[in-house]
Design a protein around this ligand. Sequence first.
Ligand SMILES: [Zn+2]
Length: 299
Amino acid sequence: MNNFFSILFQLACLFFLVEPAFGQKTITIGIFTDNQYCNCPVTGVRNYPASLEKLDSVIRFFNTSDVDAIFHLGDVIDHDFANYDSVIPRYRKSAIPVNFVMGNHDYAVKASQKSKVLPMLGITDLFYTRAIGNWKFIVLNGDDLSFLAPQDKKRKQERNALLTGLISGLRNNFLPWNGGISMAQMNWFERELQEAQKTGMNVIVLCHFPVYPKSSYNLWNDLELLAILRQYPCVKAYFNGHYHPGNYGVDNGVHYINFRGMVNTVETAYALVTITSDSILIHGFGREPDRRLKIKSDE
Ligand SMILES: [Zn+2]
C-alpha cells in the first residue's frame, strides 16, 4: 500500500471507531428556558432586567459551540406584548433558528394581542418534531388547554372537564398558570412515538411543563402523558422548564430533566447537551448543574 492509500485506510478506520454505527453520531443541543424578559423591576428572585444580557450571552455562546439544534423551553417574555420587541431581534442573531417550546407566560399579553404571539415568534406549528441523526425530538404544546392561550369552544370544554377531574381526584396541579394537552395532540404524539419505535429512532420529548416527579407545577394531564411515555421504550428523556429552581427524576429508565429558569437571580442558567450512543451528557453553565445520564436500552 503506498503512503496515500495507507493514510486513507487509517482515516477510514478512525472514522468507524468514532462512528460506532451509521446514524449514531454524537449530537450536541443547546438548551435554555424561562428567559422570561420583562421591562420591569426585579421581583423577588426574578431578575427581569438581567434577562436581555443573559439572552445575548447565550446566543453568542451557542453561535461558537457547533450545536446541531437549539431549544428554548418556554416563557420568552412576561407581562407585556411590547417585551417581544426587545427579545425577538436578539433571537435573530442566532446562527441557527431557535426552536421555541410554548410556555404559559408567552401568552401573558392583553386579550387583543394574543393572536399576534405566534406570528411574532415565527411559529406555525405549536407541536412538531425535529430529527437529528437517529434522535427524534418531539416538541409538545402544553398550552393546548389553557387559561392564557386562546381557546376555541371545544378546547374550553376539554379544559374544564380535565380540571374538574383533577379537583375531584385531589390532584394538586390544577393551578391556572399550568396547562394541558388536548386529546387531538395526544393522538398525534402517540402516532409519532409509534413511528419512532418502528423506525428505530430514539426519542427526547420537550414541553414547557414538567410531568415527573409529582409536583403542583406539573402539566394538568401529567399522569396521562406518563402512562403513554411508559409504553414506548424509544423514549429516553423528557426536557422541560416552568419550575425555575429545576428538578430531576428517573421513571422507568427515562430521565426527566427540569432545566433551571434563566430569569432567576443575576446568574444565568443554560446547558450544552451532548448525546452519545449510550449517554446524555449535560454540561451546565451558571446555575445549571452538570449531569451524566446513561441512556436506557430498548427492552
Ligand atoms: Zn412557565
